[in-house]
Design a protein around this ligand. Structure first.
Ligand SMILES: Cc1cc2nc3c(=O)[nH]c(=O)nc-3n(C[C@H](O)[C@H](O)[C@H](O)COP(=O)(O)OP(=O)(O)OC[C@H]3O[C@@H](n4cnc5c(N)ncnc54)[C@H](O)[C@@H]3O)c2cc1C
Length: 367
């Protein structure tokens, strides 16, 4: 196979790059290791049916974007999704639980109200981008394993579910976290030790997190005058927010699990039970009877988290990628994905950063 631009990773960043290539008539192939598109963007419906952009959904990955994030807002408008945007709910009192389980209601300052969400979850954005791409340009279950710099381009070996393939491309845009790329792909020529250290220092944003969502028949916390916002030092959920749709058709709470990745392994059922008990302490008996409970542990996903990402990060990746065009590759290997966004702009790690990096990558394609 031959192409002009090989885009590796179909998260928001890679999908956006493919969409821009499509609009500009630039030949591209988009590779995705997983069987689904979206990467860290991953949304589900309350009834667990196959994802449909027209139905309300909750997020197991990112949910929020914010006023002022111009790239996100412009893309949503361009894709005709502006009517799907709504504000994160923040009506009602918030709760604080200390490490002894003492509960204080009515605290302020922990609401995420003011953030935006999408009706169909963030996957509404990634799926809508994907709907503009033609199927023959997008390969799922396609794990890039080797990239070799050759005269005037790159040669790539990839593993598909039932066969191996080779692609020759002028450019390769690596739209994934650098740590994940280094853990899964063999680059030739190999990067220097100093460069490996620099790239491996860029933590994959939120890769060490796990998100638990409970779906309910009723939004009982609102009836109690509660917003659903909680900070807990007892856990296992350390931060809880409302994950409902704005139209009352999906009632849900979500929490970030505070148990470190190493202690989460093989304890999914136990964590779910402990989380339900916690929700019962905080919101009463009704909270212990959800319709469904979903636990998404990103630290266990090899295409998101590496051995170095097995911790719950509190701060955005503090290291800059330094070179977006990899030195020694004749400007033909371009790093993208949110971790490659300009650190000084403070978008890296965010959805906005995934778009910023994509736009930068596109601007570096000369022909
Ligand atoms: C729990 C959680 C909550 C978050 N909350 C927010 C939020 O509220 N707001 C916000 O702005 N951001 C949030 N984020 C961060 C947000 O998810 C990311 O900024 C964004 O999704 C990154 O998109 P990306 O395309 O750069 O990377 P990714 O989505 O990680 O995409 C990389 C893709 O590369 C693929 N891949 C990996 N290896 C290979 C290979 N060898 N070959 C082919 N494909 C490969 C992966 O499968 C993946 O699809 C959150 C993240 C998590 C995990």
């Amino acid at each position: 196979m031959q192409t002009q631009v090989l885009i590796v990773g179909a998260g928001l960043s890679g999908l956006h790059t493919a969409y821009e290539c499509h609009k500009r008539g630039v030949d591209y192939i988009l590779l995705e290791a997983r069987s689904r598109l979206g990467g860290r963007a991953f949304s589900l419906h309350a009834d667990e049916s196959e994802y449909d952009v027209h139905k309300p959904a909750f997020d197991l990955g990112p949910s929020w974007f914010w006023p002022g994030q111009q790239r996100m807002l412009a893309l949503i408008e361009e894709l005709g999704l502006s009517q799907q945007v709504f504000f994160q709910s923040g009506n009602g009192a918030a709760i604080y639980e200390d490490n002894q389980g003492n509960i204080q209601r009515g605290i302020v300052g922990i609401s995420m109200a003011g953030a935006y969400r999408l009706r169909g979850g963030i996957q509404q954005l990634t799926n809508t981008l994907a709907s503009h791409l033609s199927a023959e340009h997008v390969l799922c279950n396609a794990v890039l394993e080797q990239v070799k710099f050759i005269e005037q381009g790159v040669s790539c070996n990839l593993k598909l579910v039932d066969e191996d393939k080779q692609i020759h491309s002028k450019y390769i845009i690596v739209a994934m976290p650098p740590r994940v790329a280094l853990a899964n792909i063999e680059f030739t020529p190999a990067f220097s030790d100093a460069r490996l250290q620099q790239l491996n220092a860029i933590a994959t944003w939120m890769a060490g997190h796990a998100k638990l969502v409970c779906v309910y028949a009723e939004k009982f916390w609102q009836q109690q005058g509660m917003s659903g916002d909680v900070i807990s030092h007892r856990g296992p959920l350390q931060e809880i927010h409302d994950a409902s749709s704005e139209d009352g058709t999906l009632n849900a709470l979500f929490g970030f699990v505070g148990v470190p990745p190493v202690h989460r392994k093989n304890r999914q059922q136990e964590i779910k039970s402990l989380a339900l008990a916690q929700l019962g302490r905080l919101f009463g008996d009704e909270a212990t009877h959800p319709i469904a409970v979903h636990l998404q542990d990103w630290s266990a996903e090899i295409y998101t988290a590496t051995q170095y990402d097995q911790e719950i990060q509190r701060f955005h990746p503090a290291n800059n990628i330094a070179y977006v065009q990899e030195p020694g590759w004749n400007k033909q290997l371009i790093w993208s994905g949110t971790e490659a966004a300009d650190y000084s702009m403070q978008n890296n790690g965010f959805l906005e950063g995934a778009l910023e990096a994509s736009m930068h990558a596109i601007s570096l394609l000369t022909e």
